[in-house]
Design a protein around this ligand. Structure first.
Ligand SMILES: [Zn+2]
Length: 107
């Protein structure tokens, strides 16, 4: 069974991205082949004075930035070719991926 990236919804991980996936604790340090997010690194964002972004917010902000670039595929060689076009995730597939993480792209 493959695990889902909580940022882009891509189902491509052999290991869960977090040891505790409910609370997003214990990042695996794996990098998503689709959106390039690294668990345990890109979700560790200090704002100021030792205050950190919540992991959920870090995911959301990263996702929005990634989307603003039209969802570029980080590793096109590994990511299924039928789901990409010009190095980006095809829109209809992106919608499906986002359904995996409960996000409706058309809202
Ligand atoms: Zn991802």
């Amino acid at each position: 069974m493959k695990h889902i990236c909580p940022v882009c919804g891509y189902k491509g991980f052999d290991e869960p991205p977090y040891h505790d996936c409910k609370n997003f604790e214990g990042g695996s340090f794996e990098i998503c082949e689709c959106c390039r997010f690294q668990f345990g690194v890109d979700d560790d964002v200090e704002l100021e004075n030792g205050k950190f972004l919540t992991i959920r917010d870090a995911h959301r902000i990263y996702r929005n930035i990634w989307l603003s670039f039209d969802a570029p595929v980080f590793m096109p060689y590994y990511y299924p070719t039928e789901y990409q076009e010009n190095g980006k995730v095809k829109r209809d597939y992106l919608e499906k991926q986002f359904e995996n993480i409960g996000i409706n792209l058309n809202k």
